[in-house]
Write a protein that binds this ligand. Structure first.
Ligand code: C5P
Length: 400
């Protein structure tokens, strides 16, 4: 659940800070990235070196790094994070959070953060029960911060009671619960996605390609990831960045895409083939640039392998194949024919229009399944279309 999540860990001064290297270790073990920001007084209880080593990033305390001259920008840190955890949060830091003071890097970062924030208070039992602390804890919760309540046990003062920082395991558990993906048919499924165009070389500088941007495939990858699927992306040449944390194989030609898919598909449960694969490639690829002459130039094109059909016809019984079709006329008839010929579980027909299709942020689709279910969408963002597609396939029990 915390895989690839970016966690800002704010550490304030208090004896419980000695537990934070363990907290960092647990976050890292869950697959999260951790950036530590300490208040100056936290360093009386734990060292920057220890925190930097366990987090594998320089732990920060100052706005300005005297050694490197770099500026630790609290706004960037605040925007970077998916979650901020302030643990331990002593009474001083708690009251400054409430009043909006920002006399250290932790507090300014907190004020800049747009992500959800968790606070794990730690203080002696009488301090903890003090009305001002209790009011502050109520205030931060009213503002939407998440409280990871202090626990009962022996305290540094020798007294016993409520005030200990929640155990690192409990803090990790609180975040895990928050980020847990609700149950759905895609959760934990291994899904291969192809996306983007393919380029078929003519010579070292020229190629045959198509106008696919790869955006539809990328939105499908993001939606799958949010639904808890394990995604393997095979991406043709596209200028779009691939979503972070997604295992991606970059390819150029249809042949390379086929090879990557043949390696990955055997370990997947579902394949979603959204790539606009070039149907033909040049028979003779020139190793050097072909010089211009006064004559015309005829290229002989030969058929590329049909990746989807190849994999679909040889798949294991539990594996599902979803194809795409892009047509300009007789669209439904052609799409349904492909569904049958390639023995797919479902096909997504892209409607080519002014406001949808290739190189557009929007799309409108019709979905047909082998069980004769069908659905037609409006023109929606490709992000919406990706979510609609996944939900429909899940509702129709195509994944079972
Ligand atoms: O037959 P057509 O090219 O229209 O089929 C489109 C579907 O087949 C898409 O899902 C596309 O990714 C896939 N395809 C493929 N390999 C090809 C051609 C198309 O995987 N060579």
């Amino acid at each position: 659940m915390l895989k690839n999540k970016r966690i800002l860990l704010g550490i304030s001064g208090g004896i419980a800070a000695y537990k934070t290297p363990e907290l960092v270790r647990l976050f890292k073990k869950s697959g999260a990235e951790v950036q530590v920001v300490c208040t100056p007084s936290a360093l009386q209880f734990v060292t920057l070196k220890t925190l930097s080593v366990v987090s594998e990033r320089p732990a920060l305390v100052d706005f300005f790094d005297e050694e490197t001259g770099s500026w630790n920008h609290h706004v960037n840190l605040g925007l970077w994070a998916d979650a901020m955890v302030i643990a331990p949060c002593g009474s001083n830091t708690l009251s400054k959070i409430v009043s909006g003071q920002c006399d250290n890097l932790l507090l300014t970062t907190y004020l800049s953060a747009r992500c959800p924030v968790w606070v794990a208070p730690a203080m002696d039992l009488d301090m903890y029960m003090h009305p001002s602390v209790q009011e502050h804890l109520q205030t931060i919760q009213n503002r939407g911060l998440h409280l990871i309540d202090a626990e009962i046990g022996p305290l540094a003062s020798g007294l016993e009671g409520k005030g200990r920082m929640a155990e690192p395991e409990h803090i990790v558990q609180a975040l895990n619960q928050f980020f847990e993906v609700p149950n759905n048919g895609w959760k934990n499924k291994k899904v291969l996605v192809t996306a983007g165009p393919t380029f078929e070389a003519i010579d070292p500088v020229r190629f045959i390609g198509n106008r696919s941007s790869g955006l539809m495939g990328i939105e499908i990858v993001k939606a799958l990831s949010e639904k808890g699927a394990e995604v393997h992306l095979v991406m043709g040449p596209s200028s779009l960045p691939v979503p972070e944390g997604i295992e991606t194989v970059h390819v150029e030609s249809a042949q390379e895409m086929l090879e990557a898919c043949q390696t990955l598909f055997p370990k997947c449960d579902v394949g979603i083939f959204s790539a606009a694969v070039s149907d033909y490639r040049v028979e003779e690829v020139h190793l050097e640039k072909v010089k211009k002459t006064n004559e015309n130039w005829t290229l002989n094109l030969i058929k590329n392998p049909d990746i989807l059909k190849t994999l679909s016809l040889t798949r294991l019984p539990h594996q599902k194949c979803i194809g795409f079709a892009l047509e300009t006329h007789n669209s439904e008839e052609y799409a349904k024919r492909k569904l049958e010929e390639k023995q797919l579980d479902a096909i997504v027909l892209n409607e080519v229009g002014e406001n949808s299709g290739f190189q557009s942020k929007n799309n409108s689709v019709k979905i047909f399944t082998k069980n004769n279910q069908q659905f037609a969408s409006d023109v929606r963002s490709k992000c919406d279309i990706a979510n609609i597609l996944l939900e429909k396939l899940d509702d129709w029990k195509i994944l079972e």
